[in-house]
Each structure stands twice: as structure tokens, then as C-alpha cells.
Design a protein around this ligand. Structure first.
Ligand code: MG
Length: 361
């Protein structure tokens, strides 16, 4: 066999290997050759990201963006249960206080473009997953894009900065030095579920890391859990964005979101706050407002033949699903309990007075 035909066969074989790998990846599943957190999985190569998305960014968001953090305060952020967060703002930068727990946005988002800047502590401590670990979560804390100090720090491939944790390593590792600012520009397509709670369309993520494309239209298998690959659990389309407390004082700045498609405002408040809004309200109509899980529902006292889910557009303004009702809570007492709700329908604002707490289910 001459050299030319030998080379032809070798390149054809290499091509076949690539085609096999590509078809696996195009199928949208994590590479089946590797186990979760597999140290044998090839490490993303550390590269210099160049000047794209550099550190001189002004922090100015696009005009149509929802700005979640502009350096001023944490008004748009709470702990995961809706209580005030213990994270701090120092010199225009949001910082994780180790041990204080994760932080989430009050506003919820479905399909969106998310911009986040983050920096690792300059004082390096720990190694592998213990060095500068945090995370940017979509879907209300379910789907993590890893944040980690991988500047000259090896770890398992599916746990690198820019990994869709436990599922997809980033294509490369364009991280900057500790103390310098990194950027994530994320395209998130929320999963869809049918009425039975089956996933009909999985979550998808594309990620530019310091301007470098490292994840392209990845199809998530479900939540990005440590050590396990768990199935989807149905959830509302719009969910908060969250950052992880993994015990390291990682910094964040310039956080903004551009919503794609449905731009209805949805906020998620604590169960304790929602409980304060529940009750039986009487006027032109008598309504019962009660909480089930993380949402308020509207129905009639002693007759739940029809039930409407209520969505918060602000702390006091709620709309009902499918039906053109809205409700404005008012006259809050010293305990933060509203004594009045205005039931808005067909341009009428019907004043209803709180009678008593909602019946226990
Ligand atoms: Mg993490």
C-alpha cells in the first residue's frame, strides 16, 4: 500500500471517529463514553480569551434589559426561601458570604439572554472543586453553569468553569486570572412540560465565556446535580436566576437579562409573605385566596369547583391564569396583612374586605 492510500485510510478512520463523536453530541446527550465527574474525560484546554468581553466593560446593559444588579444594592435579590439575603455589596460589587446560602432573583424568567460578570478571590485557597466555587443557576436553582477558579487548577471535566455541571464540559477554558473579571453570556431556553408533568422540550443552554463560545445549544438531561443524573421535575416556565454559595467569596457584577418571547412580569415571594395575603375577602363577590406550594390560588369559600392560579407582578398586584382578573392588595396592617383587596374585572375595581384567614386545606 502506498503512502497516499495509507494516509487516505488513516484520515478516513479519524473522520469516522469524529463523525461518531459528533453524532453523539448532536444527539444532545452528554458523551456516553464518560461517567459523571469522570477524571478520564479530557480536560478543557486553558486558552487566552483575547480582548473580547474584556475587563474594561462599562456595565451598561442594553436598553431593553431587566437589570438585576448594577452595583447599587441587592433589592432584586433574596435568599432561596425569599428571606433577606446575607450576601453583601462592596464597592459596587456583589459578594458571596460563605455559609450564608444561595441567592436568587425576585423576578422570574423563561427563555432569555443572561449576562453575568464574576471574579475569583485573589487570595487563592483550595484546589479542584474547592477553589472559588460558585455557580449561575437557571430554572430556579435547578440548572447550573459552573463558576470555579480553573486558572491553573485542574478538576473533573464536567465540573470546570463554563461546564453545564455534571453534564457538559466547556469546549475550552478561557478563564482569566483570579481577581480579573470573567463574563458569561448565556442563552437559556426553558424546558416545557405537559399537563401530566412530562417534559415535552428539555432545557437548552448556549454559553459564551469571556466572549468565547464554549457551550452550543446543549440539551440538558435534567437538573445538574452532584454525583447523579436525575430526571426533570415539572416546574413553572418562569423561574428565578440564582447564584451559588459554595463556601468561597466569589464576586459578581453587571447582571442583566433580556427576556425572549413572553415578557409578562413574574415575581416569586416567600411563602411567609404569601401566607399574609391569604384570606376570605368579601364585597361584590366573596373570594377565598389560599396558598398551595409556592403559589396563591383563587376560588370560592367551601366551593373549589373552579380554581385560578395567581401570579405576582409586584408585591401587591397579582393576575390570574387564563381569566382577565387582577387583584391589588391594600390597607396593610402592622403585621403586614392586607385588609382590602381590589378585584379588577372589565374595568371595574371592586373593593373587597378581608373577613378571616383562608381555610386550611
Ligand atoms: Mg458550583
Amino acid at each position: 500500500m502506498n503512502i497516499i492510500s495509507k494516509n487516505y485510510i488513516v484520515s478516513a478512520l479519524v473522520g469516522m471517529t469524529c463523525v461518531a463523536a459528533v453524532s453523539q453530541l448532536q444527539a444532545g446527550q452528554p458523551d456516553p463514553r464518560y461517567r459523571i465527574h469522570d477524571w478520564e474525560r479530557p480536560q478543557p484546554e486553558q486558552i487566552d480569551p483575547g480582548f473580547v468581553g474584556n475587563n474594561e466593560r462599562t456595565g451598561k446593559a442594553p436598553a431593553d434589559a431587566v437589570v438585576l444588579f448594577d452595583g447599587a444594592n441587592l433589592d432584586n435579590w433574596v435568599a432561596m426561601d425569599g428571606a433577606p439575603t446575607k450576601w453583601v455589596v462592596k464597592e459596587g460589587v456583589m459578594e458571596c458570604v460563605p455559609g450564608s446560602g444561595m441567592i436568587r432573583s425576585l423576578q422570574c424568567f423563561g427563555d432569555c439572554q443572561l449576562h453575568v460578570e464574576w471574579a475569583e478571590p485573589e487570595n487563592i485557597s483550595g484546589s479542584s472543586q474547592g477553589r472559588g466555587n460558585s455557580g449561575v443557576f437557571l430554572g430556579g436553582g435547578r440548572y447550573e453553569i459552573q463558576v470555579l477558579d480553573n486558572y491553573n487548577n485542574r478538576t473533573y471535566a464536567d465540573g470546570y468553569a463554563g461546564a453545564i455541571y455534571a453534564q457538559y464540559p466547556p469546549e475550552v477554558n478561557p478563564i482569566r486570572k483570579p481577581g480579573e473579571w470573567n463574563t458569561y453570556d448565556i442563552v437559556y431556553i426553558a424546558p416545557r412540560f405537559d399537563k401530566e408533568g412530562n417534559v415535552t422540550s428539555p432545557a437548552r443552554i448556549t454559553l459564551f465565556f469571556n466572549g468565547v463560545l464554549v457551550q452550543w445549544d446543549r440539551e440538558l438531561t435534567g437538573p445538574t446535580n452532584w454525583l447523579s443524573r436525575d430526571p426533570y421535575q415539572a416546574h413553572d416556565y418562569k423561574q428565578p436566576i440564582a447564584f451559588q454559595d459554595h463556601g468561597n467569596p466569589v464576586k459578581f457584577r453587571n447582571v442583566w437579562v433580556r427576556e425572549m418571547g413572553c415578557k409578562d412580569k413574574v415575581f416569586k415571594y416567600s411563602n411567609k409573605y404569601l401566607d399574609g395575603l391569604t384570606g376570605i375577602y368579601k364585597g361584590a363577590q366573596t373570594w377565598e385566596i389560599y396558598r398551595d406550594g409556592e403559589s396563591l390560588y383563587l376560588s370560592w369559600p367551601n366551593n373549589r369547583s373552579k380554581v385560578w392560579k395567581m401570579t405576582a407582578e409586584s408585591p401587591t398586584h397579582f393576575v390570574t391564569e387564563r381569566t382577565a382578573f387582577s387583584f391589588d392588595f391594600d390597607d396593610f396592617n402592622d403585621q403586614g396583612i392586607p385588609q382590602t383587596v381590589y378585584w379588577n374585572m372589565e374595568g371595574n375595581h371592586n373593593k373587597l374586605t378581608r373577613q378571616k384567614p383562608a381555610e386550611k386545606k
